[in-house]
Design a protein around this ligand. Structure first.
Ligand SMILES: [Zn+2]
Length: 202
């Protein structure tokens, strides 16, 4: 299967426009990289992918292969149609922002997923505030019975990927999370590039 391949550089974001029926493959090129993923209904983003509504419709915390992902108005917007990882993803953790890095002890400005979301959409002339909760692809946030969350290194191996199908015309925003303080992007705490393949319709 061939398609148009592009790269989201480590720590940055990009937006991709998909027509209904088209697919986008997000490749964990080097392994261990979390990819914050959002989607808005084209063209203006008045309706958007909602993790709260997705969890409600699916009755689970993490989508599985074949599941639809829902908007804030409870319509399917994306569908998880391929997943070569072990299915470890997260819908609970907010996108990182400047304040998160300060909370973790960082002094000064730091690249972050919220800024990446705004910048990527800004290139398309779209504003969307506040930043919705992302689908955190490849992110390992296990929970225990008492509700405690852990931030573990992403187990995604090099070349493993996820493919999302657009159920409607959509703008998909991806951020190769720049987190280098907690170990979510691997024990080395070094964010890496991810490759994206636009596959068109099957
Ligand atoms: Zn992030």
């Amino acid at each position: 299967m061939t398609g148009s391949s592009q790269t989201v550089r480590a720590g940055t974001g990009r937006a991709f426009t998909l027509a209904a029926g088209e697919r986008i493959r997000i490749v964990n090129t080097h392994g261990g990289q979390v990819v914050d993923t959002w989607a808005l209904c084209a063209p203006d983003g008045a309706e958007w992918l909602s993790m709260e509504h997705t969890r409600t419709s699916l009755s689970r915390l993490v989508p599985r292969l074949g599941d639809a992902l829902y908007t804030n108005l409870r319509h399917p917007l994306l569908r998880l149609v391929e997943d070569t990882t072990g299915g470890v993803h997260d819908t609970v953790i907010a996108a990182c922002d400047g304040e998160r890095y300060r909370e973790l002890g960082w002094d000064g400005a730091h690249a972050n997923c919220c800024d990446n979301f705004r910048a990527a959409l800004g290139e398309l002339g779209i504003e969307h505030d506040p930043v919705p909760a992302p689908l955190n692809l490849f992110m390992d946030i296990p929970w225990s019975q008492d509700g405690t969350l852990e931030f573990r290194p992403s187990p995604a191996g090099p070349g493993q990927y996820v493919t999302l199908l657009a159920e409607r015309d959509a703008v998909v925003v991806l951020s190769a999370c720049p987190m280098d303080i907690t170990p979510i992007n691997g024990e080395g705490r070094t964010p890496s590039d991810v490759d994206v393949v636009l596959l068109g319709r099957s």
